[in-house]
Design a binder for this molecule. Structure first.
Ligand code: ADP
Length: 953
């Protein structure tokens, strides 16, 4: 903008002049009009005068000419009316007539005399004709009275001077202007007056013409004045507008300059202040008057002076028209303000600098704000880093709260610059808080162990009820921290405090504490959020610790349970051994006894011993089975087998009992049911024997049918149908519970433990099937269960062994075989030796594992029967030693089959046997059938079997 505040303001009068362009235009137009009209009028008047003068002079000259040519003597003689044709008349008239013909605008020339009657015409040059046709002769008669003569005629007579008519006059001959010239005779008397009449129409015509010209001129002046007025109006208006714009701009600049937020100054090229505004004065802290005595350089920060001087020099040289820079002013009080300075120069027409305009904006605040934001950003970044570092710390996942607390306090203090950061945990139901870690920032020191009583910070606890944190900007006066100002805060110089509660699942566990020493600190929301996040992380670590502890507890409980279970298993194994071994002896010897020569009574007694022992063994087996199932020790095989053969064998086993009761027992195998199943044939057999055994037991007459049909969903349904006593509906639902019988009185009638169905149910379910019954008291029962069928019928490795009755075994001769029996129980030794002896096999017997090893390494046995539990060295260790020997050159690379004898048939034991190097195992009490099969397997040439004697079960 070219206008500067020190441009002289427009004067009021000047502004007034431009105020009303319309008025000025009207006034100018009128002035113009009046001037033009006056000029035209004067021109007209002058022209008219000149014209009149010319005509008058011409009239006077013509008059003088006519008078000069008048023959006065002859004229004097013409005194009568009849002298018109006198030679005198002619002589007098002739020169007049010449004049008339020479001067066409002269209409009449005549003479007149003064008489007592008035003025009379004498000679008239006009012809005696009626030229204009008005019936009157143009020529005046001699002596004719001059009616109503022009006063100039009379004046001419009296003054003896030439006169002129004052105005054109009109008579019956027209409008004329006349001159009258007195003519004297020789005596000097006035003879007559010569009148010359000029036709005034020409004159009047010219006058009229001049008037028209005047009118036209006035109209022109009018139009001209209108144009001038309009021009003036438009010009004035545009000028006025320009002036107004100028005024507005000036006002704006003034307002901007005077009231602007930015500091502004006008400076002379010499650098002196011409004008400064209030804002600049405020910016630099000087009054206008004080500034006047200072150069801009004097209030510029020393470090910025050179820079600014160079910029000014560049402008002065004309390199630029201005410069902008960030600079610092030193205020009067010595403080420094930052400003954005912008300077522009305004040049004169000749290019020299007229003045500078400088604008300075205070940026101290924004610079400060920028620094604050940057600091906040840096802190946020640091906080984020700490949070992610803590989140990734193994101590958090591992629940090592103390270690995490050390990390949190140190990192938080370093990230925030807060002097003291600590973690406190509540103890004794929150009655005290114990510091688990305090990090003091400047000293870089960790401490722990301080204790605070809750009673001292009750107020803070009240605050925690509604808020997660207490942000005491001024902790010394904050009501929330009142309790511990004296005992805690003041001695440590703590002024501000931010406490965040560590809270998980609604439990208050502790406090994360930030303490500022020195100047009080206003806690920012971001700091509070940072504290809350860290407190959350500590809470998570505490939860993790609790979880770890719980897991450890669980693991301990599990280990204990496992140990208990192992003890139970051990107990079961021992019990199996301890109970079955004597039972084995009882049954085996009863059988052996029965084979000796006995009388009838003895035979009966032996039979009773045998059946009682078998019943007892049955009960024991049931209890052991059930215990094992309960303890989860039963494992179900998944081997292919011929299910039909298994069923047939079970039926065959029960046949004698059915026969005894005269019941028909039959197996009905549905054609559609595949024979090859996958599962545990022993368990399947056990269930069928149990259910079919019950059917026979609870049926007095009729039949028992074992029927196998396909069931839906890829199952076979095995139904055991009897025509027995049936079961009352109310009893049906609980029959599968252990120790339950339909009728307790029946126990005595029929015997039994009430475990059979419970075992069956568990085995069926373990095999993947279901079990149930339908029954009607007095009409019979149907017990059924399902067993999964294989999707594809599996191939069997070998056809199932032919079903044989126990008693069907025939002794074979295999005397060349030599077997070593290692068993510490005498009963077993005798029983097994007897069985083998009957099969014609030589047996060596030892009572402990060490002896067994000694024997086995000294002799080549075809088979070793090895009891597992023995004194000195157990069967497993002995087997390992034998296998080790066999692997030596002395062993000769042979492999003696070793069959374990064990009362414990659990899978774990079987696995242990195999691991020790055993090839097979036999369950104690050893039965002749089992022994026979083992011999067949391991002494192939000895296809013989022990005699039928000991055949329990
Ligand atoms: P136990 O036969 O050893 O008593 P079980 O569990 O095998 O135990 O049988 C439980 C009870 O179910 C028997 O005592 C008997 O009352 C009843 N029961 C089982 N099978 C039949 C059956 N086929 N007919 C009638 N009652 C039966």
């Amino acid at each position: 903008m070219a206008t500067s505040p020190h441009t002289p303001a427009l004067r009021a009068s000047e502004r007034g002049r431009f105020a009303r362009p319309a008025l000025l235009a009207v006034v100018t137009a009128l002035a113009f009009l009046l001037g033009a009209a006056a000029c035209e009028w004067m021109l007209y008047v002058t022209a008219r005068e000149v014209l009149r003068q010319t005509i008058d002079e011409e009239l006077l000259a013509t008059g003088r000419l006519a008078a000069a040519r008048l023959d006065v003597a002859a004229h004097a003689r013409l005194v009568r009316e009849d002298q018109l044709n006198d030679p005198d008349y002619v002589a007098v008239v002739a020169p007049f007539r010449e004049l008339l013909s020479a001067l066409p605008h002269i209409r009449y020339i005549y003479t007149a005399r003064q008489s007592p009657e008035g003025v009379r015409f004498a000679v008239d040059a006009a012809l005696p004709v009626d030229s204009d046709g008005d019936g009157v002769i143009d020529q005046a008669g001699l002596g004719e009275i001059y009616e109503d003569p022009d006063p100039a005629v009379l004046e001419s007579f009296s003054s003896d001077e030439q006169t002129l008519s004052s105005e054109p006059y009109t008579d019956k001959w027209g409008t004329f202007m006349s001159s009258f010239t007195p003519v004297r005779d020789a005596a000097g008397r006035i003879e007559c007056v010569v009148g010359v009449d000029s036709d005034a129409s020409v004159y009047l015509g010219r006058i009229a013409q001049m008037r028209r010209a005047l009118g036209v001129g006035l109209v022109g002046a009018l139009v001209g004045s209108a144009l001038v007025g309009t021009g003036v109006f438009l010009f004035q208006r545009s000028r006025l507008r320009a002036v107004r714009v100028l005024q507005l701009n000036e006002a704006r600049f003034r307002g901007f300059f005077d009231h602007g937020m930015a500091g502004m100054a006008i400076l002379a090229p010499t650098g002196h202040w011409l004008e400064v505004n209030e804002a600049l004065c405020e910016l630099v802290g000087y009054t206008r008057e004080q500034l006047r005595g200072l150069t801009p350089g004097a209030i510029t920060h020393a470090d910025d002076r050179t820079r600014e001087d160079e910029a000014v020099a560049a402008v002065t040289r004309g390199d630029h028209d201005g410069y902008s820079m960030e600079k610092r002013f030193v205020r009067r009080d010595g403080t420094v303000v930052h400003a954005d300075l912008s300077v522009r120069c305004v040049r004169s027409d000749d290019g020299s600098i007229d003045h500078f305009v400088a604008v300075a904006v205070d940026t101290t605040q924004s610079k400060h704000a920028k620094e604050v934001i940057l600091a906040a950003l840096r802190q946020s970044e640091a906080s984020l880093r700490v949070i992610s570092q803590v989140a990734a710390a193994p101590a958090l996942a591992g629940g090592q709260v103390e270690e995490l607390a050390r990390l949190v306090t140190e990192q938080a203090a370093l990230a925030t610059d807060i002097e003291r950061v600590s973690v406190w945990m509540f103890e004794q139901d929150g009655a005290i808080a114990r510091c688990i870690d305090l990090y003091e920032h400047p000293a870089a020191r960790h401490t722990a162990g301080a204790v605070l009583k809750r009673a001292d910070f009750e107020n803070e606890f009240a605050a925690f009820k509604t808020s997660r944190y207490v942000d005491a900007h001024d902790a010394l006066t904050d009501p929330r921290t009142r309790g511990y100002v004296e005992p805690y805060l003041r001695p440590r110089g703590i002024t501000s405090l931010l406490d965040v509660i560590i809270r998980t699942s609604g439990r208050d566990l502790g406090i994360l504490c930030f303490e500022r020493v020195g100047r009080p600190h206003h806690w920012e929301p971001r700091e509070i959020s940072f504290g809350c996040q860290l407190a959350d992380q500590i809470g998570i670590a505490i939860l993790n610790r609790e979880q770890h502890q719980a897991t450890l507890e669980l693991m301990r409980a599990r280990d204990e349970a496992q140990a208990a279970s192992r003890a139970k298993s051990e107990f079961l194994a021992v019990m199996s051994h301890e109970i079955r071994t004597p039972m084995n002896g009882v049954i085996g010897f009863a059988n052996l006894l029965a084979d000796t020569t006995l009388d009838t009574t003895q035979l009966k007694f032996v039979g009773t011993i045998k059946s009682s022992a078998e019943a007892l063994l049955h009960v024991i087996n049931d209890i052991l089975d059930f215990s094992k199932i309960e303890a989860g020790h039963v494992e179900i095989d998944h081997e292919p087998f011929n299910a039909r053969d298994v069923m047939a064998a079970a039926v065959a086993v029960l046949q004698p009992r059915a026969d005894e009761k005269k019941l028909s027992l039959a197996l009905d195998w549905g054609d559609e049911v595949p024979r090859r199943w996958v599962g545990d044939q022993d368990r399947l057999r056990q269930v069928v024997l149990n259910l079919a055994g019950n059917a026979i037991k609870y049926t007095r007459q009729g039949a028992v049918l074992v029927r196998i049909l396909p069931d839906s969903g890829g199952f076979a349904r095995i139904s055991i149908v009897d025509t027995g006593i049936g079961i009352a509906p109310e009893a049906q639902s609980r029959l599968f519970n252990k120790f339950t019988q339909a009728d307790s009185s029946m126990t005595r009638r029929f015997g039994g433990t009430g475990l059979g169905l419970a075992i069956s149910r568990q085995l069926v379910e373990l095999m993947g099937g279901r079990i149930g019954l339908e029954s009607e008291p007095g009409r019979g029962s149907t017990f059924w269960f399902t067993h999964p069928l294989p999707a594809v019928e599996p191939a069997l490795e070998a056809p199932a062994a032919p079903v044989e009755a126990d008693s069907a075994a025939a002794p074979g001769a295999a005397g060349r075989h030599r077997v070593l029996l290692a068993d510490d129980t005498e009963v077993n030794q005798v029983l097994i030796v007897e069985m083998l002896r009957r099969a014609g096999i030589r047996v060596d017997v030892v009572a402990d594992g060490a002896e067994a090893v000694r024997r086995a390494t000294a002799h080549a046995y075809d088979l070793i029967l090895m009891d597992c539990q023995m004194p000195v060295m157990d069967g497993f260790a002995a087997t390992e030693a034998i296998r080790a020997h066999e692997a030596t050159p002395a062993g000769g690379g042979r492999h003696t089959p070793i069959v374990a004898l064990t009362a414990d048939v659990q899978a774990a034991t079987a696995e242990r046997c195999r691991a020790a190097g055993m090839d097979d195992f036999l369950t104690k009490p050893v039965r002749s059938q089992g022994l026979r099969e083992a011999l067949r397997r391991w002494l192939p040439a000895a296809a013989g079997a022990p005699p039928a004697g000991p055949s329990p079960a």
